[in-house]
Design a protein around this ligand. Structure first.
Ligand SMILES: [Zn+2]
Length: 482
């Protein structure tokens, strides 16, 4: 075993002024931005205004129309990861709002230049493997606060802009939500046909799903554009939710993230270097089970990378002893997206079993697992022999595995995914499950237990089971159903 290579790769030209002005094309981490024309933007706000007027006339929308109204609502983060995604986070801020109206001059809320001209919102780029995340629907836009759907548009089937024949005249797919304090939030570039099924005029709760982040409309890569306006939603009536010297003293966020939100988004092992493909999913070469001789690529993908902050990495053998450890810094001032990799060769002399790769960065600890000469496996134990489960009782789902990492548990019916029962829970071999009261009684149910880091490793109930009350309870249940 020997250290083959230690490298840092700064992807594209990300961050600060350089990033704000387009970068070398192609890479997953290139600068993403909105490229809506002023006319497109105007048309969108016109249709929102018209819809809001209609909703107010109907009495559906009672939110105040007061310019600069005192804030009555706290806004939560507008993105979440789809259940079961193994990443620690799936986004980075690629651009804040621009507080300098002069063309060619840039001023974000802190006085920095992480923005571009006429940008009145925040761009959250999908990272890493943004196109993979787009295709998989891995990052979801959710309502930042409770409100009423003021408008939504699903007119653009080309959500792989700029490379899927979408044109500069495409309007984006978006949802607009009006809130109790008169403010309105928009969620732009959503994936075609991913929008909430709720209609204009219906209410949504804070955190409720609105659509999946994509690149529809005139966009240069997968990201969510999040923007807030008030009053009559003119180009002058927008507000930056971040508190700062160039925005306003009070934050609109319930929890404002730091300007340099330096963290690890993903820690992973690969059979080869990932290969980025322009406007298409990367060839990730993700792998967490190897047979010797094996060359294993250990990767860390960062957001808001600062090279002065040390990265401490450790690879542990199956028995918990240290195989390799290191701590590195570099001269990089700032990169919104960065990755580092370390490559080790393993031979038959290295112990078989589940190895652990841990990283510490900016006060947080991250880990992933890799199996050597011991293919990952999960064996679901209990539902194979059970053919009937009482929906009003609690049942133990039990399994064995050698994953090391967390597991997801999902419910299927007739082979079709139905619901997530547990997401990224410790693999301790047992999970207690009480069927949701809304589940239909009947046959064809099965349970799937899968690896969080490698969803391809899973086990399913040997025989489908029936959800039905035990015979003695049947009369009572029927009364309840009446
Ligand atoms: Zn934007």
């Amino acid at each position: 075993m020997r250290l083959k290579r230690l490298s840092i790769q700064a992807l594209g030209a990300i961050g600060c002024l350089v990033a704000a002005h387009g970068a070398a094309g192609g890479g997953d981490a290139e600068q993403v931005r909105d490229d809506l024309s002023p006319a497109q933007e105007q048309a969108m706000w016109d249709e929102i205004r018209q819809s809001v007027a209609t909703l107010r006339a109907q009495g559906t929308l009672v939110a105040a129309d007061v310019a600069g109204a005192a804030q009555a609502v706290s806004y939560a983060f507008p993105l979440r990861m789809a259940p079961g995604l193994a990443d620690y986070a799936g986004f980075r801020v690629s651009a804040y709002a621009d507080h300098n109206a002069t063309a060619g001059q840039f001023l974000d809320y802190t006085g920095g230049n992480r923005t571009y001209d006429s940008h009145r919102g925040t761009d959250f780029a999908l990272w890493p493997f943004g196109w993979n995340k787009l295709n998989a629907g891995d990052v979801q836009a959710v309502a930042a606060a409770a409100g009423t759907i003021a408008f939504k548009a699903n007119g653009d089937p080309t959500d792989h802009q700029p490379c899927d024949a979408g044109s500069s005249s495409d309007a984006w797919n978006y949802v607009a939500v009006a809130h109790a304090d008169g403010r309105l939030t928009i969620y732009g570039h959503l994936r075609y046909n991913s929008l909430t099924t709720k209609a204009i005029g219906q209410t949504v709760a804070q955190g409720e799903y609105l659509g999946t982040a994509a690149s529809s409309g005139n966009s240069s890569g997968p990201h969510l554009h999040f923007e807030m306006r008030y009053g009559n939603y003119s180009n002058n009536e927008w507000i930056d939710p971040y508190a700062g010297p160039n925005s306003q003293p009070g934050t609109l966020w319930a929890n404002q993230r730091p300007y340099f939100d330096s963290a690890i988004n993903k820690i992973s092992t690969h059979s080869a270097q990932p290969i980025d493909v322009n406007c298409q999913p990367s060839i990730t070469n993700l792998q967490d089970s190897f047979t010797t001789p094996a060359r294993i690529y250990f990767y860390i993908h960062y957001r808001d990378y600062q090279g002065a902050l040390p990265t401490a990495g450790t690879v542990y053998r199956p028995d918990g002893t240290v195989f390799q450890s290191w701590s590195v810094t570099d001269a990089t001032t700032f990169l919104s997206a960065a990755k580092k990799s370390w490559v080790f060769d393993f031979s038959a002399n290295d112990p078989a079993g589940t190895w652990r790769f841990e990283a510490n960065y900016n006060g947080q600890s991250y880990q992933t697992f890799v199996n050597l000469n011991a293919p990952t496996s999960i064996t679901l134990l209990n539902s194979g022999s059970q053919t009937r489960l009482d929906p009003q009782k609690t049942h133990a789902i039990t399994w064995t595995d050698n994953l090391g990492g967390g597991i997801n548990i999902a419910l299927y019916r007739d082979g079709v995914y139905l619901a997530t029962l547990a997401s990224d829970i410790p693999s301790n071999g047992q999970h207690l499950w009480k069927p949701d009261a809304a589940l239909a009684l009947g046959t064809g149910y099965s349970i799937r237990v899968s690896s969080v880091t490698n969803p391809a490793v899973y086990d399913t109930s040997d025989t489908p089971f029936t959800l039905a009350p035990t015979p003695s309870l049947a009369p009572i249940l029927m009364l309840l159903l009446d």
